[in-house]
Design a protein around this ligand. Structure first.
Ligand SMILES: C[S@@+](CC[C@H](N)C(=O)[O-])C[C@H]1O[C@@H](n2cnc3c(N)ncnc32)[C@H](O)[C@@H]1O
Length: 294
């Protein structure tokens, strides 16, 4: 079906309002190819009718259809490799050391180390973090050390996404062989997934650490508390500069003192909020909040 320039402009504004994604002038084909199936399913006669019906008070279901169609859920386990290696080798020991020191000096409980995968898609990022944590725990000395020893019960991973469809897959934690091949080695597949009828399900120790819920990052994140590590990877590239800045500000406000923000390989935080600095960790750039209170 033909998409006029005016319909394109109306729909891209609506899309930006719904989920923050900004489609440049060269993305007309994307609206057409992603939204045409919605038109057919909903028996609508034009893109103008879709835009009008979605924008009115009864348009909530249509809005969900548009967001589901427009969002790109591309992801994989251990995407880009080195950020997850750095998370296991450098970030986790740092967080644990800081917590243990706080416990010793200020008599505060160790509590849970909280990690947020803020654009979790179908869950591979959150499960990759859980695998890194379990692998890290295995490397701890069993005894004869004054280091604080942590177990899976000391960690909590929250995955959020705007797409209910992606979250359904994430919560089920079931993938096909091809999904596992994208980022997991043979040992991780064997240890952390159980096969049943050609599907591979994350084992309980992974699932017990991870929780998923729906959240639109382009809206005020008023219900979110503080996290020690926040990953917001491969989402900001879809936003315009002002939405990017606003989301970054909100994420940084939810970092605990000393907390770490990790972005995607193609993303950088140009305008960093006060008290957050860029730090190079191995091949990975992260953003670290100073030790002032959240
Ligand atoms: C390309 S995936 C990235 C997944 C994962 N972080 C990674 O790097 O592999 C981007 C995800 O952002 C989600 N998304 C898009 N707009 C969003 C919004 N406004 N709030 C929350 N999630 C959003 C999409 O549904 C999609 O699952």
């Amino acid at each position: 079906m033909k998409l006029s320039d005016q319909e394109f402009r109306d729909l891209r504004l609506l899309i930006q309002r719904l989920c923050g994604i900004w489609l440049g002038d060269d993305k007309k084909y994307l609206i057409q190819s992603r939204l045409e199936p919605v038109l057919h399913r909903k028996k609508l006669h034009s893109y103008a009718e879709l835009a009008t019906k979605a924008a009115d008070a009864q348009g909530a279901l249509l809005q969900t259809d548009i967001v589901e169609a427009i969002t790109t859920n591309e992801t994989s386990f251990n995407r880009d490799g080195h950020p997850f290696e750095e998370f296991r080798k450098a970030i986790l020991p740092l967080l644990i050391q800081t917590r243990a020191e706080r416990q010793r000096t200020a008599s505060l409980p160790f509590g849970k180390i909280r990690i947020w995968s803020a654009a979790a898609s179908t869950g591979q990022e959150a499960y990759s973090l859980a695998i890194a944590i379990l692998e890290f725990i295995k490397t701890q000395p069993r005894s004869g050390s004054d280091r604080f020893l942590v177990g899976p019960e000391n960690f909590q991973i929250l995955g959020t996404d705007i797409s209910a469809e992606a979250l359904r897959v994430a919560k089920a934690g079931q993938y096909n062989a091809r999904d596992l091949d994208r980022g997991l080695d043979a040992e991780s597949k064997r240890l952390y997934f159980v096969e049943s009828n050609g599907r591979f399900e994350a084992v309980p120790p992974l699932k017990n650490m991870v929780e998923f819920q729906r959240l639109n990052l382009a809206q005020p994140m008023t219900d979110m508390s503080c996290f020690d590590v926040i990953l917001c990877r491969n989402l900001l590239i879809y936003f315009d500069e002002s939405t990017r800045r606003c989301v970054l500000e909100q994420l940084c406000a939810r970092l605990s003192p000393g907390g770490i923000l990790m972005l995607g390989a193609a993303e950088s935080a140009t305008a960093l909020p006060k008290g957050v600095e860029q730090v190079q960790m191995g091949k990975t750039i992260v953003y670290r909040k100073s030790h002032v209170l959240c």
